[in-house]
Design a protein. Structure first.
Length: 269
């Protein structure tokens, strides 16, 4: 049997103007663009992107991956320049600008824009949101779990790797940072592993429903993500599971060790 070699490709949507795919959206593209590209909203998104999404992506222990940042080709020039300047020195990340498309087609096009590794036997596609953070060992765990699981598989169908324990960041709550165990896969760092040539990606199904369609390996050994709760959340950002027991001291340790952050660095987001 050929030793599995997994290539890892990520996708982060950054206010992409798609034809569908929004839980809460304006009724037509021009109205939707006005909402997405509102300067005050974009300023809020950039703060979250820089402090959470990009910061923790650039902190990954395993940097042998690529990640597309999907934006619309109508993304305002001033903001695009700002985005390009942020990601310029981080080689795994590249901006992919596309016209308005049906969401799933845009996702496929963005993944396809990333180069293929000719040595790879499998592709692990992962997703990350522009307003959330992922543990510094996320990419390393995707690779390690994928390559360990592949020789044990009874078929060649895609399977999912999920991290169901993490931290919620809600500045308006009595306790702004709390620990939670999700009962279903959350989208942060979520990956689908498929044989090379199989075009399935982690966006094929709603992330909460993936366990109904695919074998799914989940980990709850440590908090692996930070999910932000704010006024621009497109879908419900309330926990679906049970609360953890970490208190302030433990959360402070996890933030620094896993995400290179302190509670003070998260203030004002």
């Amino acid at each position: 049997m050929t030793t599995p070699r997994v290539q890892i490709k990520g996708l982060m949507r950054f206010s992409y103007l798609s034809e569908n795919g929004f839980a809460k959206s304006a009724p037509d593209l021009s109205a939707r663009a006005k909402v997405l590209y509102d300067p005050k909203r974009l300023e809020r998104r950039f703060r979250l992107f820089e402090r959470l999404a990009f910061h923790t992506m650039a902190l990954q222990d395993d940097t042998d991956f690529t990640c597309a940042v999907l934006i619309g080709d109508s993304f305002p020039d001033t903001w695009r320049v700002r985005l390009e300047e942020i990601v310029a020195e981080f080689s795994p990340m590249r901006i992919v600008a596309l016209p308005p498309m049906v969401h799933i087609q845009a996702v496929k096009s963005a993944y396809n824009a990333l180069p293929d590794d000719p040595r790879a036997t499998h592709i692990a596609t992962f997703r990350q949101d522009d307003d959330d953070g992922m543990h510094r060992q996320t990419i390393a765990r995707i690779r390690s779990v994928a390559e360990a699981m592949l020789p044990t598989r009874i078929d060649k169908k895609p399977f999912v790797i999920a991290f169901n324990r993490g931290l919620y960041l809600d500045p308006d709550a009595d306790r702004p940072i709390t620990e939670w165990y999700e009962r279903a896969p959350l989208g942060i760092g979520l990956a689908m592993v498929a044989p090379k040539g199989d075009h399935a990606t982690v966006f094929r199904r709603n992330h909460r429903n993936l366990v109904e369609y695919y074998d799914c390996y989940t980990e709850v050994g440590r908090p692996m993500w930070i999910r932000s709760v704010h006024e621009d959340n497109d879908s419900s950002a309330s926990p679906q599971g049970r609360a953890g027991t970490l208190r302030a001291k433990g959360i402070k340790r996890i933030l620094w060790d896993g995400f290179g952050l302190t509670p003070e660095m998260l203030e004002g987001l």
